[in-house]
Design a protein around this ligand. Structure first.
Ligand code: TMP
Ligand code: ASP
Length: 237
């Protein structure tokens, strides 16, 4: 069933599916990178956690009416998804200031954004994923202004759903990153992953960081942290 390797990214490999030209297999790697690949490590088991956590979250979003590429988990580290052409824009939603925005604009960590702030970044490793505006997005991608607005609206709706989902397991969603793609029929689908690699999650009682910041900032054990997130999410029906 698994076909040729189509693409290898920093955290996942993408395989074709024999006999189904409209599907792909995402294979989650144990590699971790931060700061656009400047910091690197390998954690046995990381791929499993991000695969299973992403599956759980995409399943929840699907049940809430969000159109996603996710079809099903195949095993501990692999999932079947609908093939899309990824729009090369990373959509970051921020509820609370953390990470790059604190450095870029000098906004104090934990400053609350109400309404949440949506930022667009151009997905381009050679350029270190620069911040762009909607006009840049229009020039750099084939996406028209209406679709950019649609993507931002979808990101806000997904944020509302994820805030409630994580709150139910005592986690504050500070920020996260989404990617969207278009399937063969031109439908806009939520794609890529949603995991502790792509979200900032803080324990609501202790404020403890429970995401890839433990690796970025060397403040904790990544596998123990991701395991704790999966355990909390597995308790959700
Ligand atoms: P940032 O503070 O580095 O801009 O990150 C904001 C959020 O987006 C954070 O939850 C991590 C996530 N993110 C990714 O998933 N991939 C990336 O390449 C970057 C830069 C951020
Ligand atoms: N910039 C990503 C992050 O820190 C990872 C990377 O690009 O290497 O989340």
């Amino acid at each position: 069933m698994k076909g040729d390797l189509l693409y290898e990214g920093k955290a996942k490999k993408v395989f074709l599916v024999e006999g189904d030209s409209q599907a792909l297999i995402l294979s989650y790697k144990n590699d971790a990178t931060a700061f656009n690949g400047k910091k690197k490590a390998n954690f046995i088991g990381k791929g499993k956690y991000n695969n299973l956590i992403t599956a759980k979250i995409f399943d929840y979003l699907h049940r809430k009416g969000i159109k996603t590429h996710f079809q099903k988990s195949l095993n501990d580290t692999e999932q079947l998804v609908t093939k899309t052409t990824i729009i090369p824009v990373e959509v970051v939603v921020r509820n609370v200031a953390a990470g790059s925005i604190t450095k870029r604009l000098g906004i104090k960590e934990k400053t609350v954004f109400s309404p949440p702030l949506v930022e667009l970044f151009y997905k381009n490793d050679d350029l270190s994923d620069p911040l762009i505006n909607e006009e840049h997005a229009r020039i750099l991608t084939n996406v028209d202004p209406f679709e950019i607005e649609q993507i931002k609206e979808a990101a806000r709706a997904i944020n509302d759903l994820l805030l409630a989902f994580f709150q139910s397991v005592n986690l504050q969603l500070a920020d996260f990153k989404l990617e969207f793609g278009k399937d063969a029929k031109g439908n806009l689908l939520l794609a890529d992953e949603i995991s502790p690699d792509t979200c900032r999650l803080w324990d609501m009682e202790t404020g403890e960081k429970m995401d890839k910041d433990v690796f970025r900032e060397d403040i904790g054990d990544l596998i123990e942290t991701y395991d704790a997130i999966l355990q909390r999410l597995e308790a959700v029906k």
